[in-house]
Design a protein around this ligand. Sequence first.
Ligand code: HEC
Length: 232
Amino acid sequence: MRNAPPGQRAAARGPGLRAVPVLALAALALAACDGADMVSQPKAKTWDRNGFFPQGRTMLQPVPGTVPRTVPNPPLPQPAAASAELLARGRERYGVFCTPCHGAAGYGDGIIVQRGYPRPPSLHAARLREAPAQAHYDVITNGRGSMLSYAAQVPPADRWAIVAYLRALQLSQDVAVASLPPDERARLAARATPGDPGTPDDRTEPADRAQPGDRAQPGDRAQPDRTGGARR
Ligand code: HEC
């Protein structure tokens, strides 16, 4: 009918023509119903006795060991022991799936965010540093707020790898100077005099680097853009 000339198309759309096949179908359907079989079909209701099954019941229990398609609380795959391989895998997967929003260093300034996507909280916020690994695993699995679930893209073992890397990332931005090995401490001392938040060198670094005071910001949700106009 699509290619029919306009006149015919209008006719086809008229109520009269369209009603004909509908009526014909209805008549057929009614004709089929006058057999007694269709009027009262045998059926068993949930709680009816039922001699057909050995248990004598209509509603049967699932066989032992049946796994429902939607398991409410499936056993969680346990995290693998931390290893260099696990962290490397986590870093790579984090790079693939998380950096677009959370940024390479986890400050919530990924490329999508720079283009207007809602800014995620900094992964270095105190609340997220203190949250148990399981909570981060759950966020990847189920999503949270405006973050979608990554369960389909990231299998459980990789989720743990990402969480392990996330921990390493957090540690990298939150180390007590006293806990650094002596050579690192010496390098640090050579770069900054006590009380000086940063040498000119530091200031040219990306905004992602931790600066003194970052940790104290509540929530870390809206970090001031320390690069000023540099990003535009
Ligand atoms: C498309 C952007 C996007 C991607 C990709 C993304 N996230 Fe998120 N993430 C968000 C946003 C936005 C929030 C804040 C959600 C909210 O609270 O509404 C968030 C929140 C979080 C939180 C904090 C949850 C909390 O308790 O507040 C964690 C942890 C997290 N994401 C981890 C990850 C990891 C790990 C990945 C990679 C597997 C990832 N995200 C990928 C956007 C993203």
